[in-house]
Write a protein that binds this ligand. Structure first.
Ligand SMILES: NC(=O)c1ccc[n+]([C@@H]2O[C@H](COP(=O)([O-])OP(=O)(O)OC[C@H]3O[C@@H](n4cnc5c(N)ncnc54)[C@H](O)[C@@H]3O)[C@@H](O)[C@H]2O)c1
Length: 254
């Protein structure tokens, strides 16, 4: 089992459609112990139902905007696992009105909120967890092609993802001396609660699936399998990189 003996966190999960859940399930399938995050009490009780009766998982509550909760999380993780081998940042947020209108009308408050939750949170998370990360641990986050292209309806989230991808490179530079890798997974559109905030998700999904070179679907499962690769020792020489999981859509000229 590729991840046998490894322990880590996947933050956060909303429901069974979350990309984070696809990653947590794959990690557990390959032998890891997985701590799953939920943003608040309501989500915690829903996510609890996903993991009920399965010893591979533990549940933690964390809102990235709450510094006190971050401190509590560190203590809980230390008590539960001691040290950890992987850390998956799978969270983003922007106000719906800043995704639906013209990008030029992005509000100052919406811009700050999107950057704080979707980008800065990776920095705070890594800083808080650094003492708990084993040497050679693997950190990863999730981005989207809207970071490098002006994708209709992605707006301020595209700017936050551009910042996130850059953040990954700087964190890779900071943490590399202990062998800690920091990478980005970049899936194509996947139907999740967050993605439903993007205008015409169904149309975008259809276009991507039609134009992608690989005539096979991709989704939570493919994200999970790529995450397992990054968590495992198979990717020991890889840091600061971005892997597209979109059946090749990003290279298509169509
Ligand atoms: N669904 C897609 O099409 C797609 C494509 C590429 C990248 N991604 C990225 O994948 C990641 C997971 O999103 P998803 O699509 O699985 O949707 P999701 O709604 O299932 O997950 C998003 C998570 O972000 C969490 N979150 C939001 N604000 C938070 C905060 N303040 N503190 C802590 N957690 C917070 C939510 O609780 C939720 O669990 C996100 O970074 C998203 O941008 C999604």
């Amino acid at each position: 089992m590729l991840l046998k003996g490894k322990k880590g966190l996947v933050l956060n999960v909303t429901n069974k459609n979350s990309i984070g859940w696809g990653i947590a399930e794959a990690a557990a399938e390959y032998g890891a112990e997985v701590g799953i995050g939920a943003q608040n009490a309501d989500m915690t009780s829903r996510v609890q139902k996903l993991i009920d009766g399965n010893d591979a998982y533990k549940l933690f509550e964390i809102d990235f905007q709450d510094d006190a909760q971050m401190g509590v999380l560190v203590e809980q993780v230390k008590r539960t696992y001691g040290k950890i081998d992987f850390l998956v940042h799978a969270a983003a947020y922007a106000p719906r009105e800043d995704l639906q209108g013209r990008f030029i009308d992005t509000s100052r408050a919406g811009f700050s909120l999107a950057m704080e939750v979707s980008c800065y949170s990776l920095i705070t998370l890594c800083r808080a967890m650094e003492p708990l990360l084993n040497d050679d641990a693997s950190v990863m986050t999730l981005s989207y092609l809207g970071s490098t292209r002006a994708v209709d309806g992605y707006n301020v989230m595209g700017v936050a993802k551009a910042g996130l991808e850059s953040t990954v490179r700087y964190l890779a530079a900071d943490l590399g001396d202990r062998g800690i890798r920091v990478n980005t997974l970049s899936p194509g559109p996947v139907n999740t609660i967050s993605a439903r905030g993007v205008k015409d998700l169904a149309g975008i999904l259809e276009r991507v699936h039609e134009r992608a070179p690989l005539k096979r679907p991709y989704g939570q499962r493919e994200c999970g399998l790529n995450a397992v690769y990054l968590m495992s020792d198979l990717s020991l020489g890889v840091t600061g990189q971005l892997i597209y999981i979109d059946s090749g859509f990003n290279v298509s000229g169509r």
